[in-house]
Each structure stands twice: as structure tokens, then as C-alpha cells.
Design a protein around this ligand. Structure first.
Ligand SMILES: Cc1ncc(COP(=O)(O)O)c(C=O)c1O
Length: 401
């Protein structure tokens, strides 16, 4: 038995279930039972994967060379295409030897952290943060050092805050822009300042660029190692096809880093999972070497839904939300709602409120507790316009009762 008294090992027993997947599972179960549930929980585009990508996968299925093991770190042609795409999209010049193809962006997070973090290392994590970041850090024996941000700074961490949190044990910073869960997009000058601070203190940056193409209005995506080239030797870029090409189910992501780190991470992957399914890699190859027309179409739809969600949430008494700048999430505050009864009940946390909204209004939202931000909730706007309108209206009706 582990020290925690379970049959499960201490390390694994200490892992919290993914709160976002839990909400989604509960909502899907209610839906399967015939309830008219509207889900704002899942972080995935509602569009099907574009045809030319699916067709490349169908062809790949029929080619026996894809029925075999291939190099653990990814198909050489996909690594080349990722290098070319990275230069095209963010201006970061890398070679294929700096790329490891992983089972989705989530696996890239796990590999990057496992390769970098030793027991006792401190990792700076601006909050609210995506639920998946802290777990692999703790599993590696690292210490998560949370840095709280709020609406006042647009949910963006400052160099002052980072500097206050820095100790001799600080090994790395996890950075994400556009952000899940807040929808924040850091301006160029701030990304540059954070990169310079990291270089000055020899701190690694793991920068997650999975939402790079989903920025709205005047917001722009900038890649930290492009703005601060001296950072490249201590920088890992995470990315994948899930959000850009509506390919969440295909499970292809990648990490880009210095060659020694990528070689070590590839070694790890060779024992853990071997190569990502070749059919999926061939689909990803078609995606990244194709154009950006499909994502432009997705972005246009998300942008319209973003405005609809922003306006309709802000119109609910007690709810306030910043205009999402990127990704496909709104992150409203429900703090004022928690001060008064709903349906005659005093609801004191967003965890309880999310449960009540799911039970009574049949609408799934992810409580801020999942992102270390109680008082808030995350609503994805990657769903159809009618569902979006109806879902927010149901929340508004419930909160008026
Ligand atoms: C910030 C961020 N990074 C990475 C991922 C990983 O996506 P996937 O594992 O589906 O490629 C997600 C998915 O929700 C995300 O929100």
C-alpha cells in the first residue's frame, strides 16, 4: 500500500481528476439520458475536421507503411513540416531535430515538464491556469508556485510579480498566450519583457502556443523566443493541431526545444508511447502543410460568438466579464451572484453554482475552482450560435429567480 493508505501508488493517488473533463462527462451523461443539456464546458471546436485532412488520413489508412512502427519521435516529414509551419506562422526558425511529435498538446506538456524538472525545482505558474499544468510538475517532484492575476491586469502576469516569486530554486515559468482559461492575449512588449527577465535570470520558459491562430480584433500572437532570440536555448514551445484545425480527437501535438532537451524527451517517449498513430500523423501533415483558410473561417465564427457571449454575459446582473482577446473562452466573475440567494438557496462557491446551473438550467460551465480561480467560471464559445444564445439565456433566467 502507498503511504496514503490506498492500493494506488502515492504519486498517482495524488493526482486530481481533470475538472474540465469531469464537467464535460457529467454534461454528456445527462445529454445521453435525454436531458436538453447545453455544454459550455469542452475546449474544442464544434466544426468537423476539414475534408482534405480527413482524406489524407483515409489514404494513409490504406498504405501498409502506416501500419508499422515508425520513429518514436515522429514521422520525419511531419517534423520537417512543423519546422516549416513554425517559421511561416510565428517567424521562429528551427530545424526538424528540435521537434518531438506527441500525443496531443497535453502529452507535450507532460514530456516537457518530465524532461526539465527535478525534485525541489520551483515552477512559476500564473493563475488562473489550465488544469493540466500543475499535475506533471508535482509528479516530477517540482513545486508549483502560483502567481495570482485578476481582471485588473487583464489576467496577465507582470515582470514585477514574477520577480517577487523568483527564488534560487526557480527553474521554469509556464506561459500561455492566448490563454486558457481567461482568453487573455499578452501584448508584444510584455511578452518581450518577460522573455528578457527569464534570460537575465537563467529561467526556462515553457510557452504554450496552441491557440496562436485564435486572436481577435487588434490582438496579435507573438512567440516569445522570436521576440527574445537569446531565450531559445532555454525555451520549449508547445503546440498542436487540435484547436487550429478542429482536430481534438486526432491527438497530435508537438514540443520544440533545444536539441539536447528534445533528444532526451524523445528517449522518454520511446519507452512511454512510441510513435503517435501514423494515420493521425499523416492527417497532421496535411493540416500543417496546407493553408490557413479553414482556420480563418473558424476564427470568423468564433469571433461572432465571442461578441455575442461577451455582451449577453455582461447583461446578466451580478456577472461581469472582460472581452475575450483570444482562444475560445470567456471567464466571467460570478462573485456578486454568490452574495445573494439563487432559487432561495445561498450558493457560496462557483463549484456549487456550476452544479446548480447544470441541474436546474441544464447548462454546463466549468467552475473557476478548476483553474485556481474561485468566484469565476469558464465558458467556451466554441459551440453553435443558437445553443450559445439559449445557454446564456437559461443562466440569466435561473439567476433572476
Ligand atoms: C492551453 C492548452 N494547451 C494545450 C492543450 C492540449 O490540447 P490537446 O492535448 O488536445 O492537443 C489545451 C487543450 O485544452 C489547452 O487548452
Amino acid at each position: 500500500m502507498g503511504r496514503m493508505g490506498t492500493r494506488v501508488s502515492d504519486r498517482i493517488a495524488a493526482i486530481a481528476p481533470s475538472a474540465t473533463l469531469a464537467v464535460d462527462a457529467k454534461a454528456k451523461a445527462l445529454k445521453a439520458a435525454g436531458e436538453p443539456v447545453i455544454g459550455f464546458g469542452a475546449g474544442e471546436p464544434d466544426f468537423p475536421t476539414p475534408d482534405h485532412i480527413v482524406e489524407a488520413a483515409v489514404a494513409a489508412c490504406k498504405d501498409p507503411k502506416n501500419h508499422r512502427y515508425t520513429p518514436a519521435g515522429g514521422l520525419p516529414e511531419l517534423k520537417e513540416a512543423v519546422a516549416a509551419k513554425t517559421a511561416r506562422d510565428s517567424g521562429y526558425d528551427i530545424d526538424a531535430g528540435q521537434v518531438l511529435i506527441t500525443n496531443g498538446g497535453k502529452h507535450a506538456v507532460a514530456n516537457a515538464v518530465a524532461t526539465l524538472i527535478d525534485p525541489g525545482d520551483e515552477v512559476l505558474l500564473p493563475a488562473p491556469y489550465w488544469t493540466t499544468y500543475p499535475e506533471p510538475i508535482r509528479r516530477a517532484g517540482g513545486t508549483v508556485v502560483e502567481i495570482a492575476t485578476d481582471e485588473g491586469s487583464g489576467f496577465q502576469v507582470t515582470v514585477d510579480q514574477l520577480e517577487k516569486a523568483r527564488t534560487p530554486k526557480t527553474k521554469a515559468l509556464v506561459f500561455v498566450s492566448p490563454s486558457n482559461p481567461t482568453g487573455a492575449v499578452y501584448p508584444r512588449a510584455q511578452i518581450e519583457a518577460i522573455g528578457r527577465w527569464a534570460v537575465e535570470h537563467g529561467i526556462w520558459v515553457i510557452t504554450d502556443e496552441i491557440y496562436e491562430h485564435l486572436v481577435y480584433g487588434a490582438n496579435e500572437h507573438h512567440s516569445m523566443p522570436v521576440l527574445v532570440p537569446e531565450l531559445a536555448d532555454r525555451c520549449i514551445v508547445l503546440n498542436g493541431v487540435a484547436k487550429t484545425y478542429a482536430m481534438t480527437g486526432w491527438r497530435v501535438g508537438w514540443m520544440i526545444g533545444p536539441t539536447d532537451i528534445v533528444k532526451a524527451a524523445t528517449n522518454l517517449q520511446s519507452h512511454e508511447t512510441s510513435n503517435v498513430a501514423n494515420v493521425s500523423q499523416r492527417a497532421a501533415l496535411a493540416a500543417v502543410s496546407g493553408g490557413l483558410d479553414d482556420v480563418a473561417r473558424f476564427r470568423e465564427n468564433f469571433d461572432r460568438r465571442r461578441i455575442a457571449m461577451y455582451e449577453s454575459l455582461n447583461a446578466i446582473p451580478g456577472v461581469t466579464v472582460l472581452e475575450p482577446e483570444g482562444a475560445f473562452y470567456a471567464f466571467p466573475s460570478f462573485k456578486a451572484v454568490l452574495q445573494r440567494p439563487v432559487l432561495g438557496r445561498q450558493v457560496s462557491t462557483t463549484l456549487e453554482l456550476a452544479d446548480l446551473i447544470l441541474e436546474e438550467a441544464k447548462v454546463a460551465i466549468v467552475p473557476g475552482e478548476a483553474f485556481s480561480a474561485p468566484g469565476y467560471a469558464r465558458l467556451s464559445f466554441a459551440l453553435g450560435d443558437d445553443d450559445l444564445r439559449e445557454g446564456v439565456a437559461r443562466i440569466a433566467d435561473l439567476l433572476a429567480k
